[in-house]
Ligand binder design. Structure first.
Ligand SMILES: NC(=O)c1ccc[n+]([C@@H]2O[C@H](COP(=O)([O-])OP(=O)(O)OC[C@H]3O[C@@H](n4cnc5c(N)ncnc54)[C@H](O)[C@@H]3O)[C@@H](O)[C@H]2O)c1
Ligand SMILES: N[C@H](CO)Cc1c[nH]c[nH+]1
Ligand SMILES: [Zn+2]
Length: 432
């Protein structure tokens, strides 16, 4: 029976560091060597290697390696209307959230130098959409829509095939709605390699984004020298639920289970100052896990990385959350809004008793591609900037020679870089 491992912090005083708490120790060494081998094999073997590896790891040869817009549009027409409408709502909310964040071009003029900052989208983006333990049409929406708002010209989605070698209508329809150009029917490290290096049927991309399991995340690290891998380590899902007796125990129990049902290697914490109430939550959680059709996934995460932290008060609860730096943080007690603004490390914070992280997974607006494994200390949610480059145009008027030229010469002389200094001197001596 899955339970949570007790971490009693009530006697602990002062600051909490990340290493004071049990974390997720991902078993990376074996997978890393395998991922290296897979990437190399796709890099040299192209389409053939990709199909062979798909057969090896997904148990099927894809019916086609690449699908185009026609297949996506046809799937959208076939899709159940309620689901199509839900996907459209999710797409619209993600699109609106990111349209509101579009960075403005900026410029600065002073001393004869005009600096303009241009925002230039990458040309081709690869969005990895997981498909092992569950299918993720929502991840299509939460990656490709952001790429489109960022202005990317070609958007490719890579996702593993179904056991029949094809792809589900919901994922294809989501591609249609999100404006995807090409679908690559491959998953895991082999898909990441194909996106990074290209194959006979797929042109390589400029950046790879999107969540995935350990093999996907390690493959992104493996190819990072050759392709942009911006943003977070978006690995197995995580949640920290902070609540007390003002919340029904079953509601808290289910929220702990929400992210754990994704599959192995995830992380789930319940943090509370209400020990009696916590016992009721544990009972509810055990019953919920036992009855769930995703019991195996729930148990794999909860048994390895499911924790109950007993803390003194709200302040200590926040320190615990900050030390964990979880992907999702739920603050579900009264008056949590003030505390939300004091949180430093989390992928996203949900506040209010209605605030299930499932809203964020689907329709809140910000992408559900979020930092995991403690990387929320330095990484953020998928953003427009992950698909864009900043490019400065520096226009230098002659006036700058008299106003700033001397500083260039002084610094170049100090560094012994004579051509640097001469390039200014020669212009000044010409009387420009
Ligand atoms: N952080 C985020 O933003 C976010 C968002 C959505 C999902 N997720 C996470 O993404 C993950 C999705 O994982 P998934 O497994 O369901 O789908 P996935 O598509 O990431 O992984 C499936 C692929 O992994 C490969 N694979 C599986 N076992 C392998 C093995 N032993 N050796 C080599 N390759 C192997 C296969 O090729 C398979 O196609 C979950 O952990 C979920 O929690 C994270
Ligand atoms: N919770 C996942 C991110 O960790 C995203 C997701 C997609 N579908 C359901 N959930
Ligand atoms: Zn989820």
């Amino acid at each position: 029976m899955a339970s949570l491992t007790l971490v009693d912090l009530r006697e602990t005083t002062g600051a909490l560091r990340r290493d004071d708490l049990p974390g997720v120790a991902l078993p990376v060494e074996g997978p890393r060597a395998l991922v290296r081998e897979i990437v190399q094999s796709v890099r040299t073997g192209g389409d053939g290697a990709l199909a062979d590896l798909t057969e090896r790891f997904d148990g099927v040869r894809p019916r086609a390696l690449v699908l185009g817009r026609e297949a996506m549009a046809a799937a959208y027409e076939r899709l159940d209307r309620r689901l199509a409408e839900a996907l459209r709502v999710a797409r619209d909310r993600v699109r609106e959230a990111y349209e509101a964040e579009r960075p403005a071009a900026s410029s600065l003029v002073a001393d004869g130098i005009e600096v303009r900052r241009r925002i230039v989208p990458v040309e081709r983006a690869g969005c990895y959409v997981p498909g092992g333990q569950a299918r993720y049409p929502s991840s299509v929406v939460h990656t490709a829509t952001v790429a489109r708002v960022a202005g990317v010209r070609d958007v490719v989605v890579a996702t593993p095939p179904l056991p029949d070698g094809g792809l589900d209508d919901a994922t294809l329809a989501a591609c249609h709605l999100a404006g995807v150009d090409t679908v690559l029917l491959a998953g895991g490290a082999q898909a990441v390699a194909a996106l990074a290096y290209g194959t006979e049927s797929l042109e390589r991309v400029d950046v790879i984004v999107g969540p995935g399991n350990l093999f996907v995340s390690l493959a992104k690290q493996e190819v990072a020298a050759d392709v942009g891998v911006p943003g977070a380590f978006a690995g197995p899902s995580e949640v920290v639920v902070v609540a007390d007796g003002s919340l029904e125990p079953r509601v808290a129990a289910i929220d702990v289970a929400v992210q754990a049902e994704h599959g192995p290697h995830g992380l789930a914490w319940l943090v509370t100052w209400d020990a009696r109430w916590a016992e009721q939550v544990l009972e509810e959680l055990a019953a919920y896990v036992e009855a769930s059709p995703r019991r195996a996934q729930l148990e794999s995460t909860l048994e390895a990385h499911g924790y109950l932290a007993l803390v003194r008060d709200r302040d200590q609860a926040r320190l615990v959350a900050d030390a964990i730096a979880p992907e999702h943080l739920e603050l579900l007690y009264d008056q949590a809004v003030r505390d939300a603004d004091r949180v430093r490390h989390a992928g996203v914070v949900f506040v209010g008793r209605a605030a299930s992280a499932a809203f964020g997974d689907y329709v809140a607006g910000p992408s559900h591609v979020l930092p995991t494994a403690g990387t929320a200390r330095f990484a953020s949610v998928l953003g427009l900037e992950d698909f864009q480059r900043r490019l400065h145009v520096v226009e230098v008027h002659d006036e700058a020679l008299s106003r700033l030229g001397w500083a260039v010469e002084a610094l170049a002389d100090a560094e012994g870089l004579v051509a640097h200094a001469d390039s200014i001197r020669i212009r000044r001596e010409a009387g420009w």
